[in-house]
Design a protein around this ligand. Structure first.
Ligand SMILES: [Fe+2]
Length: 303
């Protein structure tokens, strides 16, 4: 029986890898686990792929980031346009941070654009308090900064970003998504909201839609935040490797065993299990079909 270990990493398409590595190092993701250029089987693209971790990662901010620069075709596909947040596709990376206000200010001072000024809130049904802010990365990808003050007591020390806390994505049917990801270990619900989150209003090109979102956590790894909008807005899934956050991967201890389990559950693989030699070790992964055709994979990180 495979243990699914929550979100291991979020994939972000970039147009300029060196600039992206610098930006994310400045955010704290300075640990380069591998830097690979070549064929990426499964999606069948040529790309430079750099997996970065944050040495300040914590159990509530454990996730890594995979930077992808497409090298073939016309180069990096552009970010899907016309959306605000929560349309079909991956819409944000959220980092757990110690000291939202300071980390937000430091990023803005360093040139990042503020998308939401720091504020505090609480989420239902458990009344868990949090501090939150948003910045855009240099390619306009949404980077949420959160400190779950009602859930986790941060270690003492200087303000800093930790690892990825969760990834948000738009889906078409919340019940189907929830049932699907429950089978992959996301059994705990941290919050559910059916109220529009007012500070996001400025992000939408027109009248903001209704929002239904919830956060699901696994015992390990980062969480997921599926969102349903009404009306749903444009399809923002885009091409694999498009600029901005475009995919996420669930960690497993043994790829072959995990794939056997997915198949046993009736979940189709969209690629055979792959093993890519990335110099520091093996990058082992397989893509599978989620209910909305998002780019999702299982990964056995051996690097
Ligand atoms: Fe979020």
């Amino acid at each position: 029986m495979t243990t699914f270990k929550g979100v291991d990493h979020v994939g972000v398409g970039v147009a300029d890898m060196d600039a992206a590595v610098d930006f994310y190092a400045q955010v704290g993701f300075a640990d380069v686990l591998f830097d690979y250029s070549g064929d990426v089987p499964g999606p069948d693209r040529r790309a430079r792929v750099v997996m970065v971790g944050n040495p300040g990662a914590t159990p509530i901010g454990p996730g890594r980031i995979k930077l992808v620069q497409i090298l073939d075709g016309d180069g990096p596909p552009p970010a899907p346009t016309g959306g605000g947040w929560g349309e079909l596709g991956i819409c944000e990376i959220c980092l757990h941070v110690r000291g939202v206000e300071e980390v937000h200010r430091n990023l803005v001072t360093a040139g990042a654009q503020s998308l939401m000024e720091p504020l505090d809130a609480a989420v239902m049904p458990h009344g868990v308090s949090l501090d939150i802010a948003y910045v855009a990365d240099p390619w306009r990808g949404k980077l949420e900064l959160i400190e779950w003050t009602g859930l986790w007591k941060s270690l003492p020390g200087e303000p800093r970003a930790e690892g990825v806390n969760h990834v948000a994505f738009g889906v078409s049917n919340m019940d189907a998504t929830r049932a699907f990801y429950e089978r992959l270990g996301f059994t705990e619900m941290l919050f559910e909201s059916t109220e529009f989150f007012g500070p996001m209003a400025a992000w939408y090109p027109g009248e903001p839609p209704d929002q239904h979102m919830l956060m699901l956590l696994s015992a390990q790894g980062a969480g997921i935040e599926p969102v349903v909008l009404d009306p749903p807005g444009p399809d923002c899934r885009g091409e694999w490797g498009h600029v901005g956050p475009f995919e996420f991967a669930i960690g497993v201890g043994n790829l072959e065993q995990a794939c056997a389990q997915l198949r046993g559950e009736g979940i189709g693989l969209t690629s055979e299990p792959q093993s890519v030699n990335v110099g520091t070790g093996e990058w082992k992964y397989a893509y599978f079909a989620d209910p909305d055709g998002l780019y999702v994979s299982v990964v056995e990180p051996r690097y």
